[in-house]
Design a protein around this ligand. Structure first.
Ligand code: CTP
Length: 394
């Protein structure tokens, strides 16, 4: 996301300090960021901090706008590609819900026609109060997006809902809502991500090094392009992408069931998960105690999900698989394309520096029955964008 005009409304919550990181990150990516603060918010973070981070004058008072000749709240409202209020107190949500416009933040918000996002952050009881819940529902009724607040330790000492999501999560929601090329509008894309875990006993399991980064990047890109996205995810530390249905699974068998259940109604399936090929024949009920000598664990094959789907896919459905190889990349990938009846295979070699597990970059080749497209070294986000454009933008 770059070259967008983002207006950030900051209200008087202790979590206002987290918004410094959000403003900094949005600016670094090449966006124009304007911060509007309520009077009380200035008690938590100084306007100078936001001014320095955004490189724009911070607006706090409607009547001291001496630096532009136009009516500033109207010109900013017209220019904005997205207006986010974070942290949003119960008070600002109540004012917005009822159309009050008594300061720079609320007047600009009311005058804006761009997508709007409110990120509530407050004490759990204040959030759960039916009055606040009604106000949130009213905002939603008017088309304002609400980002669910995270549960966790709150500054007041309580533990519960009401915590401001992390800046990266808010940024992800902004990326989802800001107007962009929605070439996947109306399409349902199912994506698998991460590693499966095959239980040996209640303590141990077999897994692999996949972190899910590539699959999550694909899910976000498909969402940004307007698709309805179902992300079937193995265990990962990554935050749930905004506006994506996440189905959490553990084993290859769970993943197979979920993919098969979701595929019928999907337009596209992208199998980026690193699915275990083998699982223990017996899962021990109790922890396996060590004895002298070696231990062998008998394994059986898991279902090959991509192969199963390839056999049942309809003409109008597109199936994209991955191939992670350590040798003979193109031959092995072409074999998988044919055997699994996929439309595309995304091939990568973990031998190449900058590709594979855990890192933020990848080096992939997109293989179809008639072509090989080499994307070269890109960030995983860029790789995801290029894969989707190449395979799905017609
Ligand atoms: N895959 C799958 N079900 C499995 C194993 C893999 O659907 N049980 C999918 C992966 O998600 C990927 C593709 O098949 O899209 C290729 O996976 P990969 O691990 O590269 O190859 P395998 O088919 O498992 O073959 P091999 O391990 O022999 O390379």
């Amino acid at each position: 996301m770059k070259n967008k005009c983002i207006v950030v409304g900051v209200t008087a919550g202790i979590a206002a300090y987290k918004i410094c990181q959000l403003v900094s990150s949005l600016k670094k990516q090449g966006n124009e960021v304007h911060v509007i603060m309520t009077k009380e918010a200035e008690k938590f973070v100084t306007p100078l901090t936001f001014q320095t981070l955004s490189n724009q004058k911070v607006i706090t008072d409607m009547f001291t706008v001496d630096y532009t000749p136009d009516v500033h709240h109207i010109s900013l409202a017209k220019k904005a590609d997205l207006f986010v209020v974070a942290p949003a107190t119960a008070n600002i949500i109540a004012k917005i819900a009822h159309g009050l416009a008594d300061d720079m933040l609320t007047t600009t918000f009311l005058a804006s026609t761009c997508p709007k996002l409110i990120v509530p952050a407050m004490n759990t009881n204040m959030l759960n109060n039916p009055i606040t819940q009604d106000n949130i529902a009213t905002c939603q009724k008017y088309g304002i997006h609400i980002m669910c607040s995270g549960a966790g330790y709150l500054a007041c000492g309580d533990v519960g809902a009401g915590r401001l999501p992390e800046p990266e999560e808010i940024e992800d929601a902004i990326a989802a809502l800001v107007e962009t090329d929605r070439y996947l509008n109306g399409r349902h894309v199912v994506i698998t991500a991460g590693a499966t875990q095959e239980e040996i006993d209640p303590v141990r399991y077999i897994t692999n090094h996949s972190t899910g980064k590539m699959g999550y990047a694909l899910a976000k890109e498909a969402r940004n392009a307007g698709a309805r996205v179902t992300l079937i995810s193995g265990k990962t530390n990554l935050p749930k992408p905004y506006g994506v249905d996440v189905v959490s699974v553990t084993s290859a068998a769970d993943m197979a069931k979920s993919v098969i259940d979701n595929f019928e109604k999907a337009d596209v399936l992208i199998m980026s998960a690193a699915v275990a090929d083998y699982t223990p024949i017996e899962k021990a009920e109790q922890k396996i105690k060590k004895t002298d000598g070696d231990l062998s664990i008998a394994l059986k094959r898991t279902q090959d999900i991509l192969l199963t789907i390839g056999q049942k896919k309809r003409e109008d459905q597109i199936v994209i698989g991955f191939a992670m190889e350590t040798e003979n990349l193109l031959e092995n990938a072409a074999k998988k394309l044919q055997e699994k009846n996929a439309n595309y295979i995304i091939a990568n070699s973990i031998r190449e520096p900058g590709a594979g597990f855990g890192v933020d970059t990848n080096i992939v080749k997109i293989i179809s029955p008639t072509s090989v497209e080499d994307l070269g070294l890109l960030s995983k986000d860029e790789t995801a964008k290029e894969i989707l454009r190449h395979c799905l933008k017609k």
